[in-house]
Design a binder for this molecule. Sequence first.
Ligand code: PLP
Length: 454
Amino acid sequence: MLPSELVTADRKYQIHSLHHPVDEQDALIFTSGHGIRIRDTDNREYIDGLSGLWNVNIGHGRVDMADAVAEQMKTLAYFSGYAGSSTIPSIQLAERLIALAPGMAAIFFTSGGAESNESAFKTARYHWRALGKPGKTKIISRIHGYHGVTLQAMSATGISAYWKMFEPRVPGFLHIPTCYPYRFQAANPSETPGQAAAAELEKAILREGPETVAAFIGEPIHGAGGVIYPTEDYWQQIRAICDRYEVLLIADEIITGFGRTGRWFGLEHWNVTPDILSFAKGVSSGYLPLGGIMITQAIRDVLDSVEPANRWMHGFTNSGHPACCAAALRNIQIIEEENLVDNSRKMGDLLFHALQQTFSDHPNVGDIRGGKGLLAALEFVEDRGTKKNFVIEKDFGNRLRREMRSRGVITRTRSAAGEHPAPGDQVLFAPPLVIQESDIHELVAVTKDAIETV
Ligand code: PLP
């Protein structure tokens, strides 16, 4: 098939996420990848500035990943984890992951992020019901948070574009403001953005009644909502508030896990242990779909204490899929052997400094976010003094994305269109953890050039 025929067939037969028929100019079909670079049907090469969809942490084209999966498929491609049966890769992976995640004691596997968050919400409910507190069912999450597209995950997501055409949302899901230092306006001048944002959680719990709230969920650093970094004091306060009101803390580490932030997991930066940790993406670097939740021993004990008639009836056909677990085991081995968590930290520092050096005087760059691994963003404004966004009609974000693409960089931009509250235009960076110094300079140079053009 010719590239143009592929595009036509693709548009005719598939529905993609963010589907809209007028976005034809975004049609791109990728055929191969190696390291941080990918190629399309015209054999053009691009830097993958977002690691696929924040997940290809070890980079593209790893033959040893294919070998590990093929080996497992030849031995035992599938068996379920139903009613106590299990498979060797899932056992080995569970043990490996528990050793990597401070404070976690047991794992339940899923096939991706939304399933993981669904499982986290159901686990929170189950846990409180088992403890004789069935009224604790509500989930609090944050504006700009992204947690997936299934009904509960969508309801927890704080980006209105994801739910406004699928309403009503599931009852009992509510959003509070996040810690967004650049956009913070102090109501009380002595408060830091972290204190103010944490106080929003306490206010919401008290307003709803602690006896109705099961859990709070948040990404250690926001991803899709704009790579928003909290202040250093935020997460410890959130942990303390959750403890004060018996609210479980769910860390959505789906982007921030597996080295993305220069640590194995994002909350390690603040020495905070969640009650439930959701993971996906980087656990298998996208070579096969996999996700899951990890829970503390305290939650494990509650699960184990329930009488058989009320046992945990939750599980997916693909929970603990042996081939996916074999991919994850090899992926983790690669991250360790190649010191990719360290490289993420070093290259992340370099990226952040290069962005600061290049853009700190730029009249339209309002905020430069980064400094924890390979997770960075620029936020654009029309006026740095007033922090006024570009008007939606300028379509700055989409134009920037296309300009960057035409210069050989694929990345993600966030733009104001169609959202409430409207975010500013942003460009988000999360390249594979194998990135090297010269690639970082290339990425920043392309970004600069594209911004000037737009
Ligand atoms: N949570 C976060 C923080 C994510 O970034 C994503 C996906 O981008 C999800 C959840 C949902 O994951 P999935 O698309 O695998 O369902």
